[in-house]
Design a protein around this ligand. Structure first.
Ligand SMILES: NC(=O)c1ccc[n+]([C@@H]2O[C@H](COP(=O)([O-])OP(=O)(O)OC[C@H]3O[C@@H](n4cnc5c(N)ncnc54)[C@H](O)[C@@H]3O)[C@@H](O)[C@H]2O)c1
Length: 421
């Protein structure tokens, strides 16, 4: 680490909405392990704004926690806004990357090459090509780590489902059905997320990557995603208002996909059916369903019973023999706990030189599932992840391992969703 005091120095990169509203507040309570000290954004004013907000947050923290007051004051003295990523990387041990998907892997790769650890917001990357490139760079730099910060994985409900499944409460899992997304009138969809080139896809890359990362973790990371079938990927509402402006959607806003997860030890598989959406969930005949992180539709069947994890405050398990049990869940405000855990776990990994479990390879597989679904829609048949990867490597062979290959891949995969001229 850059300082002898064994505190991980952290730098924020891309200090916009999610960084300021969700990540900043996770740092003060890590005061005996880490210090957020640097800020970099291509828009300097945003970095300055994040720094100023953090000063206020540290002052409030010092007042509320007298034992940590001296450390908070020392932290304020270390705060700096940087004009370049390279300068920030000289100053910190770990970066917290909250840029748009475009530019995220480039940032993380520069960090690894300079011996700095990185954790990146979801989706891991804009394309599997750049995620795969980052996997190779990470493998060549084993002493620094690259983690995926998909807070769905750290959500207390997904963790509770994971633990209950491990206890065998419904036996071997056969199916998992989930909805992840927002309603049509939500204001959370940004223009950058609805841009094929900035985000690498539409709702499937946005909420779909969240749902896949969280549900795969819940089922168990020993399972291997093998095959994807795009049941339907569509633009249901082409004309919308995004960030207050009229906007013509040229990426998917509703996708329903199936994924086959195989257990390599036993050959058994689990089928996941995921609806991901920017216009409400529609699985089943009932009224529109919630796709929120902790209150979203999540239902599993096993060979000994079923698990309904749809409610925010409880998970109900019913066994075929008639037994029923309820696990009560504590309610947390929004994503506070999940975002705090993802940061805290990575800080501990860096301090203890322990590689993160939810790493770049995990994130790259999630991107491969998303892009396999787009390829499946294009080919109108199920596609294996291996077939998709060969297809993606074809672009690298043709254009080189570069942005041209990434954009050619995106242009082909996302062509069906463009508005007709
Ligand atoms: N985990 C979640 O629940 C969650 C919620 C919202 C957003 N997100 C993800 O976070 C990302 C950012 O979303 P946001 O709402 O904060 O967007 P935003 O536009 O408010 O902020 C992104 C910031 O990154 C900066 N930026 C872009 N490219 C950069 C680069 N190469 N280097 C440095 N700075 C750069 C922009 O100037 C901007 O300030 C999105 O990809 C989104 O998927 C995750």
């Amino acid at each position: 680490m850059k300082n002898p005091d064994n505190l991980v120095r952290v730098g924020g990169v891309g200090t916009g909405r999610i960084f300021q509203h969700a990540h900043l507040r996770t740092y003060p309570r890590l005061w005996d392990r880490a210090r957020l000290v640097g800020f970099y954004d291509v828009n300097r004013a945003r970095a300055q704004d994040a720094r100023d907000k953090y000063v206020t947050m540290l002052e409030d923290w010092a007042t509320a926690n007298p034992l940590a007051a001296e450390s908070a004051r020392a932290n304020i003295a270390e705060l700096r806004v940087f004009d370049s990523l390279n300068a920030l990387l000289e100053y910190v041990d770990l970066i917290d990357v909250c840029t748009h998907a475009k530019g995220r892997m480039e940032t993380a790769i520069k960090a690894l090459e300079k011996g700095v650890n990185a954790m990146v917001e979801k989706p891991m990357a804009r394309t599997w090509i750049e995620a795969d490139r980052a996997c190779r760079v990470a493998a060549a730099h084993p002493n620094v780590y690259l983690a995926l910060n998909d807070d769905n994985v750290y959500d207390p409900k997904y963790r509770a489902v994971h633990d209950l499944l491990l206890q065998g409460v419904i036996g071997n899992v056969q199916t998992l059905t989930a909805i992840r997304g927002s309603r049509l009138n939500a204001t959370s969809v940004l223009k950058s997320q609805a841009s094929a080139l900035d985000n690498g896809g539409g709702c499937l890359m946005d909420y779909g990557s969240h749902g896949l990362a969280g549900a795969w973790y819940a089922l168990g990371t020993h399972l291997k995603p093998v095959k994807v079938d795009a049941v339907q990927i569509a633009v249901l509402f082409r004309n919308r208002v995004l960030e207050g402006d009229p906007y013509v959607m040229e990426v998917d806003d509703n996708a329903r996909i199936k994924i086959l997860f195989e257990d390599p030890q036993t050959g058994r598989w689990v089928t996941m059916f995921l609806e991901t959406t920017w216009c409400g969930g529609h699985i089943g005949l009932d009224k529109e369903k919630n796709g929120g992180q902790n209150g979203g539709y999540l239902y599993l069947t096993g060979d000994q019973g079923v698990m309904n994890a749809t409610e925010r405050t409880k998970i109900v398990t019913t066994q075929w023999d008639g037994g029923e049990s309820t696990a009560l869940l504590k309610e947390y405000e929004g994503e506070t706990i999940s975002m705090a855990h993802e940061v805290e776990i990575m800080v501990d990994c860096v301090r203890n030189k322990r590689p993160p479990q939810i790493d770049v390879r995990y994130g790259a597989e999630v991107i491969a599932m998303v892009e396999s679904a787009y390829l499946s829609a294009l080919k109108k048949r199920p596609v294996t992840l291996d077939e998709f990867k060969e297809y993606a490597r074809g672009f690298v062979k043709k254009y080189g391992d570069n942005e041209q290959a990434e954009e050619a891949l995106l242009s082909e995969l996302l062509a069906p969703y463009k508005a007709k001229e």
